[in-house]
Design a protein around this ligand. Structure first.
Ligand code: C5P
Length: 310
């Protein structure tokens, strides 16, 4: 059998990968680099809010998107998951002819890295479908080439990231945390939020803020300390572009959340609850305050992208 034939999946084969959303417990943003990206120090946590990506053999590459905000997701090469399919095909030396189906549970342009999650899932799914046998380092390198948040979506759990967000290191993180996610109407563009931050800061040449307090809270599984330590340098920029997000943060505090934060570049807001019961209470009360589109509960940390039909 030639190499290409060996990489051809059996007829009827399909691979389904489930991949989580992320939040940034700490997001320290430093200077804008020559390549346009900002130097970051961030602590990611993967949450139990998932997209599902399915790949199966097809005559040509076709893309279908369903679920939460599907009409806003491009089916072209602008879609990071499509780029991921092509990247694995190029490395494996096979054709990218697959039917790619993305089921969105993660809101689009919500600051939860849903597009990056889909790319990570597509990498894993195509590797399995074609039996390409790519090792972790190779998948990680492909992931970093696709976007700053893609390596973490493969990794999952809790991790410290530097560089533009793609260089991951393990942290000692204990405990499981209860989150209430407030989804907003419409999304925010990540480049626009970074540009607003640059405008607000002027030409300050900053180092990214260290994550010491968040890391100490995670080491001791201290949810109250984590609530106090949550920090996001992009938050003032997201609030400048979307002032009504302040109402969600205020409502969370009034409802007894241990802390609240704009997720990444927003506009989703994450509220940390003391317990599952406290999360239920916050999630039940928020819709009546008319401060967000809808509410979901999630726990973290959870594992990264994983094959779900294996
Ligand atoms: O890497 P990714 O494609 O997800 O980044 C989207 C955009 O977010 C970048 O084009 C850039 O404008 C902004 N960004 C940044 N610095 C980072 C990560 C993202 O300025 N570290």
């Amino acid at each position: 059998m030639d190499d290409a034939a060996a990489l051809r999946p059996a007829l009827g084969a399909q691979v389904v990968v489930r991949v989580p959303a992320k939040i940034n417990l700490h997001l320290g943003v430093g200077r804008r680099r020559a390549d346009g990206y900002h130097e970051l120090t961030t602590v990611f946590q993967a949450l139990s809010l998932y997209d599902e990506v399915r790949v199966e053999p097809a005559a040509a590459l076709e893309v279908h998107v369903r679920g939460e905000g599907a009409d806003q997701v491009p089916c072209s090469d602008d879609n990071l998951a499509v780029q991921a399919v092509r990247a694995v095909a190029a490395l494996a030396g096979c054709s990218p002819a697959v039917k790619l189906t993305i089921r969105k549970g993660i809101p689009v342009a919500g600051g939860l890295a849903g597009g990056s999650a889909d790319a990570a899932a597509a990498l894993l799914a195509c590797d399995a479908l074609w039996g390409a046998g790519l090792d972790r380092d190779t998948l990680g390198r492909l992931a970093a080439g696709l976007g700053s948040d893609v390596p973490f979506a493969l990794h999952g759990g809790t991790a410290l990231a530097t560089g533009r967000g793609e260089r991951l290191s393990a942290v000692l993180a204990r405990g499981s945390y209860h989150w209430v996610l407030a989804f907003a109407h419409g999304g925010l563009s990540t480049p626009a939020v970074y540009a607003e931050l640059d405008r607000l800061r002027g030409c300050a040449d900053l180092q990214p803020a260290r994550a010491d307090q968040v890391l100490a809270a995670l080491r001791s599984a201290d949810a109250a300390a984590l609530g106090r330590a949550l920090s996001n340098d992009l938050e003032p920029a997201a609030l400048a572009l979307r002032p009504q997000l302040r109402r969600v943060l205020d409502a969370g505090r009034d409802l007894g959340a241990l802390g609240g934060i704009v997720c990444g570049s927003g506009p989703t807001v994450a509220l940390l609850a003391r317990s599952n019961a406290a999360a239920l209470k916050i999630a039940a009360a928020l819709p009546g305050l008319d401060v967000c589109r809808t509410v979901r509960r999630a726990t973290g940390p959870v594992a990264g992208a994983r094959i779900a039909n294996g």
